[in-house]
Ligand binder design. Sequence first.
Ligand SMILES: Cc1cc2nc3c(=O)[nH]c(=O)nc-3n(C[C@H](O)[C@H](O)[C@H](O)COP(=O)(O)OP(=O)(O)OC[C@H]3O[C@@H](n4cnc5c(N)ncnc54)[C@H](O)[C@@H]3O)c2cc1C
Ligand code: FES
Length: 267
Amino acid sequence: MSRDWFPRSGDETPHEHTHLVTPARVYFNNVLSSRFRMIKVKPLRSLVTPKPPQFFMVWVPGVDEIPLSVADYDEKSISFIYEVKGAGTNALSKLGSGSYLGLKGPLGKPLNIVEGFSTLLVVGGSGVAPTPYITKYLASRGCRFEVIWGVKKRSELFNLGSVMSGVEYIHIATEDCSVGYCGMASELTRELVSKYKYDLVIGVGPKGMLKSLCEVTSGLNTYVVLETMVKCGLGLCGSCVLPNTDKLLCVDGPAFRCEEVMQYLRT
Ligand SMILES: Cc1cc2nc3c(=O)[nH]c(=O)nc-3n(C[C@H](O)[C@H](O)[C@H](O)COP(=O)(O)OP(=O)(O)OC[C@H]3O[C@@H](n4cnc5c(N)ncnc54)[C@H](O)[C@@H]3O)c2cc1C
Ligand code: FES
């Protein structure tokens, strides 16, 4: 069997000839909006199929290794949506078609998405990055789902439909009331969950948004996808310990039930 290390809990068992590290060649690396870029790469060796919200450590040669969530995946390619923040993502944004980077993953635990679940996905900030792959996966599991996308203002929006398929309805919520629902994504969530029944609520976004989401969906089956400093991605270094919990984001997450991380979200 050709594989690079053992799978962790929740991983699909690697098949013969699947790998957990591989170089990958850049197909394209485009601007998606004023805030986000999308990079699509071709792994040179076949990977274990990721399940949302698993992530990869993306090695930008000579610069850094950064955690990025899967935005799309098929047998030939994998895509990431990212925001340029510092040295690593800035160097990533400079990689042109034909350049190489390194991939390590998929890392973290998949969400347990039961076939046919009625799901509400609430995203904000860079939480929009894994949305296309989460919705693709929900559709493949026969789940009915709706998306709430919360932004501060209209100019942060881009044509999410152009990078994802199968979405029945996207509710837009803007904090400055420039388009869609006037208010926070969590406030719109409160209205929807009071009217409709969802088997599962998933939140991806900034900590404050996820705290509010947990509060307004109290008693429901809600998972929040968190971000923190991830260095090894393998449960070795302790960089990703969530304060006030005994959880390591890279192996216990990145998705957690609200009850598991409420103390962390409150800090
Ligand atoms: C599991 C996981 C999945 C992620 N998926 C995505 C994704 O799909 N798209 C995306 O755009 N970003 C994602 N991120 C965040 C991304 O990894 C960071 O923005 C990136 O590592 C910053 O690296 P840098 O070298 O460009 O900036 P740095 O110089 O390392 O950091 C720039 C600034 O961002 C802050 N920062 C760095 N990492 C984080 C973090 N994890 N959370 C909050 N602030 C941070 C630093 O404190 C600093 O202020 C994810 C993070 C995690 C942990
Ligand atoms: S990043 Fe090293 S233990 Fe999680």
